[in-house]
Design a protein around this ligand. Structure first.
Ligand SMILES: [Zn+2]
Length: 92
């Protein structure tokens, strides 16, 4: 009978990296007609989301660089999921 080791290490957590291309910048986003950012709180219990204007950041700002700077206004969590808000452009 094989003994089971209860202290077996769980598989190492890797950062999800769904996108490996060059960083999407605000300039790129604006060129496509999008001027707002959707911010999702990364606190798993909060689910707060907000739409903000991106007008006050320069074009070369990478959207993913804003993620660690975003602070949730509901729970105070620092670090959020920032992505372009394409919703006004989606035809329902
Ligand atoms: Zn939050």
């Amino acid at each position: 009978m094989r003994s089971h080791d209860p202290h077996e290490d769980p598989p190492a957590k890797r950062r999800p990296e769904p996108y490996r291309g060059p960083p999407v910048t605000l300039g790129h986003m604006r060129a496509l007609g999008c001027r707002h950012l959707l911010i999702y709180c990364s606190n798993g219990l909060c689910h707060h989301s907000a739409i903000i204007e991106a007008d006050h950041w320069p074009d070369q700002t990478a959207i993913r660089d804003l993620c660690p700077k975003a602070v949730c206004t509901r729970c105070g969590m620092i670090g959020a999921d920032v992505r372009p808000d394409w919703s006004p452009h989606v035809v329902a």
